[in-house]
Write a protein that binds this ligand. Structure first.
Ligand code: MN
Length: 199
């Protein structure tokens, strides 16, 4: 069974005006799709086509070194984007439920968390992602990963992410990554974050 590009959980224009339809369409139908296509080739070459994406990402070391890099890049690119799309919703807002309590316990307030996460995303050098994760000790942490490295490969449980590759925001926000990050806060799907947190 080949890996396939998942449908978005909303229409391409559903995240307007914060995330424009043109960027969402190209990001999903071109960028995300290319990772899926190249994952299929890389997974075939590495003999892991029969494994789930999660199993591949949590066990990259089992792939021979000469085949590992394209699998890491394209499995990560495939999984990270699907996770990103589901981190967003047209009806985003302030956190609720268990994750709201946990964020306040860890950072004192949602505003302090938001500032720390935004700083991590804004200051990430080059292409990559900022994340809210649960680490191996069960603690909430704000992290970043380069290129398409996935927190699953680092033994972490990801809860929320923002894509800070230029392709994620350049058409609308040009070189001003902080404007994209500010817009992102209007779109966070906290119901989904809570589901991930409680799973
Ligand atoms: Mn992307």
């Amino acid at each position: 069974m080949a890996f396939e590009l998942p449908e978005l959980p909303y229409n391409y224009d559903a995240l307007e005006p914060h995330y424009d339809a043109q960027t969402v369409e190209i990001h999903h139908s071109k960028h995300h799709n290319t990772y899926v296509t190249k994952l299929n080739a890389a997974a075939d070459a590495a003999g892991v086509s029969d494994k789930s994406l999660e199993d591949i990402l949590t066990d990259l070391d089992s792939i021979s070194e000469d085949k590992r890099t394209p699998v890491r890049n394209h499995a990560g690119g495939t999984w990270n984007h699907t996770f990103f799309w589901h981190s967003l919703s047209p009806s985003g807002g302030e956190p609720t439920g268990a994750i709201s309590d946990a964020i306040q316990a860890r950072w004192d307030s949602f505003d302090a968390f938001k500032e720390a996460f935004s700083d991590k995303a804004a200051n990430h050098f080059g292409s990559g992602w900022a994340w809210l994760i649960v680490d191996g000790d069960g603690e909430l942490q704000i992290t970043d990963t380069h290129d398409q490295v996935c927190p699953l490969s680092l033994g972490q449980k990801p809860l929320l992410t923002i894509d800070v590759w230029e392709h994620a925001y350049y058409l609308k926000y040009k070189n001003v990554r902080p404007d994209w990050i500010a817009a992102f806060w209007n779109l966070v799907n906290w119901d989904e974050v809570n589901k991930r947190f409680e799973a």
